[in-house]
Design a binder for this molecule. Structure first.
Ligand SMILES: Cc1cc2nc3c(=O)[nH]c(=O)nc-3n(C[C@H](O)[C@H](O)[C@H](O)COP(=O)(O)OP(=O)(O)OC[C@H]3O[C@@H](n4cnc5c(N)ncnc54)[C@H](O)[C@@H]3O)c2cc1C
Length: 409
């Protein structure tokens, strides 16, 4: 399209999914433009990300060189009981990185002038030959395809598949980061070089080290990242969590700085009551804890003529496999592979992508749902009750959590 004979991809959403798609399509011979709703660069989102071999393979194919600074490597996993004693250990080497680190690498790899901020998609048009995105401020972007990489509440998905919506899983994840230097020597020794777990009834705490400020992995300057799952029924506890100190309810997500001081104080007091003292210390020292309600999203289709869904806009699995970014990378790779041959009609290529990734997305959502069943506020079926029993032991949790599942082909 446009001035060159190259085909052009309009990518809506400039987070990890959008950047992975842009880099991979660019390497497959396409020109790309990325359109992100936020007005400022996204680099500030600070959360830990578990990596898998599949993610490294995909990053290599996107032309991203990985070095030792990607993240912190741990050799093993450990589960602590309520009193801080070790009740299970498993060797498992894994690299833990941070959202901002991956974003920085992928953003730097994009050609200059292709990333556009403050672009809120409001309309899509398509005909037999092209598709056009229209943004709130009147800008338009025309391409051979439009990739919806705009996350769990995707505007693109609402336009092409309005019946698919996020379904609340019945629990939330509290998250936070603490500077390594602030931890007591005892907590540092018990947890820091480990992927750690603690399993209060119907809850799950996990934590791991990640890079510190400026992406440093220098000992003493790293951080510990935690994710603490707790049940919260939709009408009661969740509503209270999502209501700020002014009494305003934020049903689509409360910004971290608006979380009520009373809610945070209760969460910290609960940590002292139910968690191993080492984890309670980490929660106490976390300055800006925030939470995310956990959802499932399952799309029955991903390709709509020249429009296609990718990453969290296509499928959201509960985070227990730690696979969200790896799945987005797999989506991007499959899309670029399907679109590599300039002679293949675009709708055919997108239909092939859909066949492959609907299968994978559905399987990962189902697996993560099994892993998370025991945290749900309400268990609705016998199958959910059976999964809740199966995945509540330290051995099962350490074996399956944040590990890429072997899914039937
Ligand atoms: C508690 C928790 C822990 C997790 N842990 C891990 C982990 O360890 N490992 C892992 O791989 N994954 C993890 N994930 C999942 C991971 O964060 C997501 O899968 C991943 O970030 C998906 O990226 P995305 O680019 O598809 O969507 P998003 O990151 O949500 O990006 C969507 C982008 O689209 C933009 N956008 C939205 N609407 C519009 C619009 N109308 N116009 C233009 N732009 C728009 C948004 O501003 C945003 O920047 C976790 C998730 C949670 C909740």
């Amino acid at each position: 399209m446009g001035e060159t004979s190259k085909r052009h991809a309009v990518i809506v959403g400039g987070s990890l999914g959008g950047l992975l798609a842009a880099n991979m399509l660019h390497r497959a011979g396409w020109t790309v433009s990325v359109w992100e709703r936020c007005a400022e660069e996204l680099s500030g989102r600070g959360a830990g990300i578990v990596t898998h071999r599949e993610l490294f393979d995909a990053l290599a194919q996107a032309g991203i060189t990985i070095d030792d600074r990607l993240g912190v490597e741990v050799p093993a996993r450990v589960t602590l009981d309520r009193h801080g004693a070790v009740i299970g250990e498993q060797p498992l080497r894994q690299v833990l990185t941070a959202w901002g680190r991956l974003y920085g690498l992928l953003r730097a790899a994009l050609p200059d002038g292709t990333y556009h901020l403050a672009a809120d998609l409001v309309e899509i048009h398509q005909d037999g030959a092209s598709t056009t995105a229209v943004f709130r401020d009147g800008r338009e972007a025309r391409g051979d395809i439009l990739v919806g990489a705009d996350g769990i509440r995707s505007s693109v998905r609402q336009m092409v598949l309005p019946e698919v919506r996020p379904v609340y899983a019945g629990y939330v994840a509290w998250r936070g980061l603490v500077d390594e230097a602030r931890l007591s020597p005892a907590t540092h020794a018990a947890l820091f070089e480990r992927f750690g777990f603690c399993l209060p009834p119907r809850e799950q705490m996990l934590g791991y080290p990640v890079a510190g400020a400026g992406d440093t992995v220098e000992p003493g300057k790293r951080r510990y990242n935690f994710v603490w799952y707790q049940p919260a029924d939709e009408g009661g506890a969740l509503k209270r969590l999502m209501t700020d100190d002014q009494g305003r309810h934020h049903p689509d997500g409360i910004p971290p700085f608006l979380i009520s001081a009373a809610v945070i104080a209760e969460m910290r007091a609960h940590a002292d009551r139910v968690l191993a003292p080492q984890f309670a210390e980490i929660v106490r020292l976390t300055e800006k804890p925030f939470f995310q309600p956990i959802y499932d999203v399952e799309s029955s289709r991903l390709a709509f003529g020249r429009v296609v869904l990718l990453g969290d806009s296509a499928f959201v699995a509960r985070p227990h496999c730690g696979m969200g970014v790896t799945k987005a990378a797999g989506d991007a790779l499959a899309l670029a592979d399907a679109l590599r041959d300039p002679g293949r009609p675009v709708p055919d290529a997108l239909a092939a992508y859909e066949r492959e990734r609907v299968r994978f997305g559905s399987a990962i959502v189902a697996h993560a749902r099994q892993l998370g069943a025991y945290m749900q506020a309400q268990l609705r079926t016998d199958e959910e009750r059976a999964n809740a029993e199966r995945y509540r032991t330290p051995d099962a949790v350490m074996r399956e959590t944040a590990v890429a599942p072997r899914l039937a082909a």
